[in-house]
Design a protein around this ligand. Structure first.
Ligand code: PA5
Length: 447
């Protein structure tokens, strides 16, 4: 089994009756998704993506990745939100959270830019690029998002100064809308190779399109295996039988808990390699479900690290949360704990034991402690950190998110709330067309 749901640590929070009672709502949400007539049904391209992807573009992604690997030391991926989180999550999860520092790796270092407005973050990266050969991938579906657009200006200048306009064009890859938008037009005019964010796939559901696949392939990850994982997950979670469909069961559990007042879900993983996967997951669920005054607030922790910070609150603070624990069964790494003749730390009882065994034991102890502390825990047991498992898990979460959003009664595929800060920022920065709002906000500042 690549992925299975363990409900043993839910404690008494959920009865079979609870699951039975909500199951018809979950089936209705699943049917709505499959009928493709619910809210946001223009954005369901991700459902078929594992099988029905553009094979010609897929081959182009692999070819471009090879050229990038051969021609640069540093590959900069410029994008924000759904336009970078999936790629970064995959690279860290499958390769390493310190991918750039893997000794003797044959693939370029990969950095992510345009995901903040921080001058020092951008300046630091520019310094790292000094004296290095650089390629960039600008990723923006709309082509107009401020953060990546600014970073793109900066890196385009760098490349044009270093390689000239002609040389730079072979080092700039853009992933954007198929036909419309300023980035598409600009890229075509300048002769950049372009890749497509399909019209019917929203940013946070786009990791298995060129958005994620190009950087992932540059990192030397087998994207065929990743797609195969997603394909198999699609098949595994197609049935409408909650007893035999862990995806539906996960949806049912989180919605029952939400209705019991558990308004925070913590995704907990015991591998630092899963940190960006958690960030990707938070965006997926947060942007999809948090609207109309509803939604489970997604948060995340890496244990045992965060047992020494948030652990106290989770064990003993306000009882508003449940945990979804990602248990990676096979860590692919062995590290026996050394024997110390002086036994200063009194840890010789662990000598010779594998660190991964200790990590799993810490997980087990924490599962007991937190569920005894009235934090229901649901465990997702994932076979390993392979690209196949990553693709499988991504599809599991995307499907669960969509069905859960419909069960909750929201449109999981829009993000109207994201616009509010942008309008205010543009007004305060003096953008044309925002004069009235600027006046109103400035009045509020000086009040
Ligand atoms: O999920 C989403 O739709 C968003 O997070 C977008 O990916 C993000 O805002 C970036 O948008 P764009 O790709 O248009 O620059």
């Amino acid at each position: 089994m690549t992925l299975s749901l363990n409900t043993k640590f839910l404690g008494n929070s959920i009865t079979n009756e609870d699951l039975k009672n909500i199951s018809n709502e979950v089936y209705a949400a699943q049917a709505k998704l499959n009928a493709r007539n619910g809210e946001g049904s223009d954005f369901l391209g991700w459902i078929d993506l594992p099988e029905n992807y553009d094979k010609e573009e897929f081959a182009r992604i692999k070819a471009a990745a090879k050229r990038i690997q051969d021609s640069c030391d540093i590959f900069v991926v410029i994008g924000i939100g759904g336009s970078y989180l999936g790629a970064r999550a995959a690279i860290e999860f499958v390769k390493s959270p310190v991918y750039n520092n893997i000794p003797n790796k044959k693939t370029p270092d990969i950095y992510f830019a345009g995901n903040s407005i921080s001058a020092s973050a951008l300046n630091d990266l520019l310094k790292i690029c000094e004296g290095k050969d650089v390629c960039i991938n600008v990723v923006s579906k709309s082509g107009t998002t401020t953060e990546p657009a600014v970073a793109f200006r900066v890196f385009r200048n760098l490349l044009e100064e270093k390689y000239g306009k002609e040389g730079a064009k072979d080092r700039i890859f853009s992933t954007t809308d198929r036909a419309k938008g300023t980035l598409k037009k600009f890229s075509d005019e300048n002769g950049y190779e372009t890749f497509v964010v399909p019209d019917d796939v929203g940013g946070r559901f786009s990791v298995l399109t060129a958005v994620g696949l190009l950087p992932i392939a540059v990192a030397g990850i087998d994207i065929d295996a990743m797609m195969k994982g997603a394909q198999d997950a699609r098949k595994a979670y197609a049935n409408a039988d909650i007893e035999n469909n862990d995806c539906l069961k996960y949806v049912a559990i989180r919605n029952v808990l939400y209705r019991q007042g558990k308004s925070v879900e913590i995704l907990a993983a015991y591998e630092p390699a899963a940190q960006m996967l958690c960030e990707w997951w938070k965006q997926l669920f947060g942007e999809s479900e948090g609207k109309d005054g509803k939604g489970i607030f997604p948060s995340s922790v890496i244990f045992s690290t965060d047992l020494h910070s948030l652990g106290q609150f989770i064990q003993d603070g306000t009882r508003i949360m449940f945990e979804t624990v990602l248990d990676i069964k096979n860590a692919n790494d062995e590290l026996p704990i050394p024997y110390d003749p002086a036994n200063v730390d009194k840890l010789n009882f662990l000598a010779g034991k594998d660190l991964d065994y200790v990590n799993h034991t810490a997980m087990l102890g924490t599962l007991f402690a937190h569920s005894d502390g009235n934090v229901p825990n649901v465990v997702l047991e994932l076979e390993n950190r392979s690209e196949y498992s990553f693709g499988y898990l991504v599809y599991f979460f995307e499907l669960a998110c969509a069905i859960s959003g419909y069960t909750l009664g929201v449109n999981p595929f829009n993000q109207p709330g994201v616009e509010s800060y942008k309008k205010n920022m543009f007004a305060l920065l003096g953008k044309e067309g925002y004069e009235d709002l600027a006046q109103e906000l400035n009045k509020r500042i000086t009040k």
